[in-house]
Design a binder for this molecule. Sequence first.
Ligand SMILES: [Zn+2]
Length: 222
Amino acid sequence: MMGGKGLIAAAQVFVMASCLACSAPNPNIRAHRLPDGSVEVEGPLAGPFQTMEELAEKSCAIMTDQPGASNGAYGSEYCALYYYSRSSDGYFLSYLSDIKNRLDSELKTCVVPSSIDDREHRDAIILGKAHTHPNNRRLSFNDMSVAAHWYPTRAADSETGRVWHRGVMLFYREKTGGCSAYLYDNVTRLVMALRGGKWVAIGKAYDEKGNVEMLKGMDWLP
Ligand SMILES: [Zn+2]
């Protein structure tokens, strides 16, 4: 029988061995589950940005640079929120979440965070979800179905009356190194691609499931 000291020594060896195997936690991931099961992220990871285009360009680079974010079939997906703060007059990207509901390898989908904990910007207005796809640049049914819309689909600043359409941003790192950013507008149902620093409409979702029809002469790639 192993004595108390032997057990402690064995436990210490085990802890050391298991920590040699594990990698350091990613400091950009700051998300937790709330008692009701929803996911809250801290913020901001980046910002303020003056325009949504600048937000998308910088967020694309940051999010697809995370470990595994661009590893194809073996990669992992990251989720975040993007939001506006009037007190800072700018757009922000929250910290990231990699929390999933299921651990199977096929569905990499991370849970959409539903709230933000940003003590510097208590006036944060959540405008939508930002996420990466490790293995394809197309928005999925999970992203574009009517059920996946963020309700209400419009967000308003009660002081100024300014209104935004809520949406989903998708970021994908091309094999050639470029970063492709897309935005699906929950109100117009248009799919936009960031090209030369401007949003260009390339398609439109036309049914409840989220099937998309490409606009004339447009595709996911320029
Ligand atoms: Zn997606």
